[in-house]
Design a protein around this ligand. Structure first.
Ligand code: ZN
Length: 863
């Protein structure tokens, strides 16, 4: 993507020179129903520190018609190039710039996205600006530390609604369909927003201490019947209560709208007072409680950003991690601790999902310190990763254990008061935390934030013949960083708990005795734990109990043997999740054969009550069997797994979340003629499973599987679409078509994604998901070479979101062979220097390398 980059140096220079006062932005979206381009008129007022200085403003637009700087008309053809407008000979003090351009609607989820709903043929628009895409809609100084006020004026088609950061004008004040918003407070460009279209809405208020904040929820009318607004308002109000108290700072904007929008690339976006969410969060069919919890977490994450990110904003993208880690920590903490929460077990979900993501990312060759070096926009785009969100949040959880939660939030309170509407660096937050906690955080910050990699903690336990502990230590290791990663592996200070678990004879459950938990600081290679000497050795010793620190944990031999038989017996979900995570990590590291992991899961999953954990185990088992098992044993393991999914489907409680999850797991892997017959029979209603509703989304899961194995073809897929003529139906149909096991279907899917750039983001994603089927390796083999031949062109010619879908999604990761590694190496050796693309390729390569190692281990276990 040449010509759209911006370096940190350029941003620094510009911030030194400019102070931006205000933007007035006039957009004529009256032709939005037809698409194409729209007129964008921007007037920016800004102050300049130095007379005669040169600078530039950012704009990505098909045409620039007028540029007027301080009353002088500039030659647009001369000053507009490489997505910038050159501003030369600026005046000291106030300058006024006016830019008239034609900007383009997009279908990539970047800039101003335009989508037409097949249900009503109406267009629905929304903006998505993070990281550098406000410049696709108006001329902007596109960097987070040039805050300003923004005043939007929008002309929209008759009967539409326009929502932005400022309160929506009353209908009576909207003349000639011209929506004039009041200016925003001083905010960054990347959190400004417009959502435009004939959206459906529901309204309420949040009231506290005499102050009222209007709340709104929006979605397309075709989703309105599924919108459970009350549940969304409930979580939102809990978040307002908890965050206002913990942050000791009133919600900083005038209203809070949450908009569920189509074809959204991420989960959600924290636009000030106008948060956008992917509209898959409006559930059209039955979903498990894990989906409601995930949606609540996302709601709280974005709400936390209103303070952390929007009110106080990072100076530059190198502190993106702090922004995202804080919101991720805050979402889990609020779910776990807010009065009346429905998800008090959310630290289990955090361990199950965030930690797993972080551990995986931290063992890739691209791993980096949490405080990453972000030299330009391309660096930041690939850095929305498991380090930035999940490891950062895990390390904040560790920091809270280290300084105490009250002290932590007192520091945060001081930070908000001191820096409201301003920009900060990490040191500003650490300074505030040092003041409130009295702890010196320099060493902590150096060890945890400025180094990459992960530690392993192992217990070293000796006991006498009576089973009394005679010595206890915690050994810490710092495994070498993956080849290609920069930096050195280091040992770190860890605040951890150690849990001692025994079977309660009356219930048969594994429980922690009241005095069965100690908390301590672990540092260096070996930390002695004299507190445990003299105690009877329990059935299970669990390091990092309560999941306070960020480390891979191993069980001692006796505990491992016990857990292998009794993992499902833990009374609490968190220690179960930690043991499941340890087993998965051992499988990924080749310490546990894929077949043994399958056995372990099958022995304990029936007792796992946490539905989110069950669903993760489903994904992990499938991945282990497909990619980590010895290819010679794969079919037998798949049979074993599929039979188990069917048995669980039949035995699960009627109508339960577990039943639905097992139905989906079964559909993902059904293989024998009888199993496929059952899928067909469940679809046509000739067979039923008591309590299981085969609703719209579950039907598609069955249809997609039947298409992938060649039972269903165009007729059946088109027939299913007739039942569900919606955007979601279109995506499922596209996925099912691409999944068919024929050369023609694969060629068609490939051409639509790789050789054409016409598909909208969400449809392209669906086609890619259908194209890649783990049991179609032979059919996909010819595409390995074609992938390496095409990938650089795709990268150069597409927007970031679209290109990375193709690069990551079509990488031949199902071909776990030395040839795949060699071909990747050959590509890396010959390809151009684009760092972001090379990073994605080396991450994909690492997955194949890991799978090859795991396959050898599994083959060894079979001998
Ligand atoms: Zn976020």
């Amino acid at each position: 993507m040449p010509g759209t980059n911006l370096t940190r140096e350029e941003a620094r220079t510009r911030a030194k020179l400019l102070t931006v006062d205000s933007y007035e932005i006039d957009l004529d979206l009256s032709g939005a129903q037809e698409g194409g381009t729209y007129r964008s008129v921007t007037t920016v007022r800004f102050d300049v520190a130095e007379s005669g200085a040169d600078s530039f403003i950012d704009l990505v637009a098909p045409a620039v018609h007028e540029v007027t700087l301080n009353g002088d008309t500039l030659d647009a053809a001369e000053v507009f190039a490489d997505s910038r407008i050159a501003l030369r000979g600026l005046l000291e003090g106030r300058n006024v710039l006016r830019v008239v351009a034609d900007c383009a609607y997009t279908n990539t989820g970047e800039g101003l996205h335009r989508f037409v709903d097949p249900v009503d043929d109406q267009a629905y628009l929304y903006t998505q600006f993070e990281v550098p895409d406000a410049r696709r809609v108006f001329a902007s100084f596109e960097q987070p530390d040039l805050k300003a006020t923004f005043q939007f004026t929008v002309r929209a088609p008759e009967g539409w609604t326009v929502i932005s950061n400022s309160p929506t004008p009353e209908p009576g004040t909207v003349n000639d369909n011209l929506w004039v918003f009041e200016p925003t407070p001083r905010i960054s460009t990347y959190i400004t927003a417009l959502i435009v279209g004939p959206y459906h809405s529901v309204h309420s208020v949040y009231e506290k201490d005499g102050r009222t904040v209007p709340l709104g929820i929006y979605c397309r009318p075709s989703l309105a019947e599924f919108l459970d607004a009350d549940a969304i308002f409930d979580v939102t109000r809990q978040g307002f209560d908890w965050f206002q108290e913990k942050f000791d700072y009133a919600y900083p904007f005038k209203k809070y709208d949450q908009l569920f929008v189509p074809e959204f690339n991420a989960g959600a976006m924290e636009n000030a007072g106008a948060v956008t969410f992917r509209d898959q969060y409006v559930f059209r069919s039955k979903v498990t409680d894990a989906s409601y919890e995930a949606r609540a977490a996302t709601i709280l994450h974005e709400l936390a950003h209103m303070w952390f990110g929007d009110l106080v904003t990072m100076e530059w993208w190198n502190d993106l991690w702090l922004n995202e880690s804080f919101a991720t920590y805050a979402e889990a903490a609020c779910l776990a601790h807010a009065p009346g929460t429905k998800w008090p077990q959310s630290w289990t979900t955090f361990a199950n999902q965030m930690k797993t993501w972080a551990y995986r990312q931290d063992q890739l060759p691209s791993t980096h310190p949490i405080m990453a070096e972000i030299n330009d926009l391309e660096d930041v785009l690939v850095n929305f990763d498991g380090i930035t969100y999940a490891k950062g949040a895990s390390v904040l959880k560790q920091l809270v254990a280290y300084v105490g939660m009250d002290e932590f939030f007192r520091g945060v309170q001081a930070y908000f008061k001191r820096h409201a509407y301003g920009n900060t660096r990490l040191s500003d937050l650490l300074g505030a935390l040092e003041e409130t906690s009295g702890r010196d955080l320099r060493t902590w910050s150096k060890k945890w934030l400025q180094t990459a990699g992960i530690n392993i903690l192992r217990p070293e336990i000796e006991a006498d013949a009576e089973g009394v502990i005679t010595s206890f230590g915690v050994r810490q290791e710092a495994p070498a960083l993956p080849a290609g990663a920069k930096g050195e592996a280091v040992l770190r200070p860890h605040r951890i708990a150690i849990g001692l678990y025994d079977v309660d004879e009356s219930t048969g459950k594994l429980v922690r005795a009241e005095d069965g938990r100690i908390e301590l600081d672990v540092d260096g290679e070996l930390t002695a734990v004299p507190q445990l000497v003299g105690r009877r050795r329990p059935a299970v010793v669990l390091l990092n109990d309560d999941d306070l620190s960020y480390a891979k944990v191993r069980l001692d031999e006796e505990s491992l043997a016990f857990v292998t038989e009794h993992l499902g017996d833990f009374e609490w979900s968190l220690p179960r999740a930690l043991c499941w995570a340890s087993a998965w990590d051992m499988t990924r590291d080749g310490e546990l054969a894929a077949r043994d992991y399958l056995s372990l899961v099958l022995s304990g999953i029936g007792k796992e009550s946490d539905i989110g954990v069950v669903q993760s185990l489903h994904r992990q088992v499938k991945l282990a069997v497909d990619l980590y098992a010895d290819p010679g044993a794969r079919e037998a393991l798949l049979t074993r797994w599929t039979d188990a999914t069917l048995a669980h489907l039949r035995s699960a409680e009627a109508g339960s979340d577990h039943q639905l999850a097992w139905a989906r797991a079964f559909a993902a892997t059904a293989r024998t003629p009888e199993q496929l017959d059952l899928l067909e029979a469940l679809l046509d209603g000739s067979q039923t499973v008591e309590g299981l509703t085969v609703d719209t989304e579950l039907r598609w899961a069955f249809v997609e599987r039947l298409a992938a194995v060649g039972r269903f073809d165009e007729n059946e897929i088109a027939g299913e679409y007739e039942r569900d003529r919606t955007a979601a139906g279109e995506r499922h149909a596209a996925s099912a078509r691409a999944a068919r096991p024929t050369e023609e279907a694969k060629a068609e899917a490939w051409a639509s994604v790789v050789e054409s750039d016409k598909l909208p983001n969400a449809v392209q994603e669906a086609v890619i998901a259908g194209f890649v089927q783990t049991d179609q390796r032979e059919l996909l083999a010819p595409y390995v070479d074609r992938y390496f031949a095409a990938v650089e062109d795709v990268w150069e010619s597409r927007s970031y979101e679209m290109a990375q879908q193709v690069v990551v999604g079509l990488y031949p990761s199902v071909h776990v062979t030395k040839e795949t590694l060699e071909k990747t190496d050959a590509w890396l050796a010959s390809a151009g220097p684009n760092a972001a693309l090379r990073r994605l390729m080396s991450e994909a390569r690492a997955g194949v390398e890991r799978a090859l190692r795991a396959q050898e281990v599994d083959a060894g276990a079979g001998r």
